[in-house]
Design a protein around this ligand. Structure first.
Ligand code: ADP
Ligand code: MG
Ligand code: MG
Length: 306
């Protein structure tokens, strides 16, 4: 199991006199659970998602984002030593966070010409595996590795030829991809297409779920993956999100403005963000109440109490 623990998170835009956006967020997500984070426009939901991923536009002024890993989180054969079971994500680069099992779906993935989906995904998976090896190397080995390693982030160039040690080779990857695509009811033709070139909004969202299925994160943060989807595509994407949890135990933090997707992806927990704080948490019935009554009553409750 893994736990993402956001504690008293304060953040502002990283520029002089930057506006304060997050004012003490507390939130905990366990792998295997589905959380919905709701809230009016401008309450800070996307900012929090981007800070989890390590977006440089924001400066964290207080608080922590901890990731706790149990010793078998990366499988029986991957032993996580006791002193490496808790990480403060704020000390880590974005690609290191990804390597530890944090996935942030991009609302609008970049179109990259000349790179097929297959190559992109295999490259991303191998980058994650390699980075994770580095993070868990003994410290003296890590120094050596750093000396001949100047990468940060993904190398998205197509990779052909034999795989290096520890990497997922072409044939093995094709098999993995086939399984995952079947799980998501995706068309195989997809994979030979260039990354996002000419993909519809719905196809991009489906791709995002596929990325998460391939990378098998401990925790996936999905920011408005439901926006702009017609009902058929919403159901496909929802099925994929449920599979992430059911098939691989991923914890989902589903950020959404609308209750609609929650009919298909049933949350175990619902949280409301208001003015940069999580002000209320409950079960799925809280989302239904928001659908019926909007946010005004929440605002009143919070400010009467203050
Ligand atoms: P939500 O996703 O809940 O709609 P956001 O996190 O996008 O809210 O935005 C929260 C607030 O922070 C808004 O008032 C927004 O204008 C502000 N904000 C977010 N990012 C930036 C930025 N890079 N520069 C200036 N203001 C920002
Ligand atoms: Mg947003
Ligand atoms: Mg590296």
């Amino acid at each position: 199991m893994a736990t993402l623990e956001i504690k008293n998170l304060h953040a502002e835009v990283a520029e002089e006199d930057g506006e304060q956006i997050l004012r003490g967020v507390d939130l905990e997500v366990n792998s295997g659970d589905i959380h919905a984070l709701m809230g009016p426009n401008g309450s800070g939901k996307s900012t929090m998602a981007k800070i989890i991923a390590g977006h440089p536009v924001y400066e964290v002024t207080d608080g922590a984002i901890l990731l706790h890993l149990e010793d078998d989180e990366f499988g029986e054969e991957f032993d996580i030593p006791e002193d490496k079971r808790t990480w403060n994500l704020l000390d880590l680069e974005p690609n290191e966070r990804a390597a530890l099992g944090i996935f942030l779906g991009f609302q609008y993935p970049a179109e990259i010409e000349g790179v097929t989906m297959t190559n992109f995904l295999r490259t991303a998976l191998n980058a994650k595996i390699e980075e994770r090896e580095e993070l868990f190397e003994e410290d003296d080995e890590a120094e050596e590795a750093d000396a001949d390693d100047e990468d940060s982030g993904y190398d998205t160039s197509p990779m052909e030829g034999p795989a290096d040690e520890g990497e997922v080779g072409v044939a093995e990857f094709q098999q993995l991809l086939k399984e995952k695509m079947e799980q998501l009811d995706m068309d195989e033709k997809f994979m030979q297409r260039y990354l996002n070139a000419g993909f519809s909004g719905g196809e991009k969202k489906q791709n995002e779920v596929l990325q998460a299925a391939i990378l098998e994160p401990s925790i996936a943060v999905l920011d408005e993956i439901d926006s702009g989807l017609d009902i058929d595509r919403l159901q496909d994407v929802s099925k994929g999100i449920n599979a992430l949890r059911d098939e691989q135990g991923t914890g989902i933090l589903q950020i959404t403005h609308y209750q609609r997707i929650l009919e298909y992806v049933e949350p175990d927990h619902v949280h409301i963000m208001l003015d940069g704080k999580v002000v209320k948490s409950g079960d799925a019935s809280l989302a239904e109440q928001l659908e019926d009554e909007g946010y005004d009553w929440v605002r009143e409750e919070v400010y009467e109490a203050a």
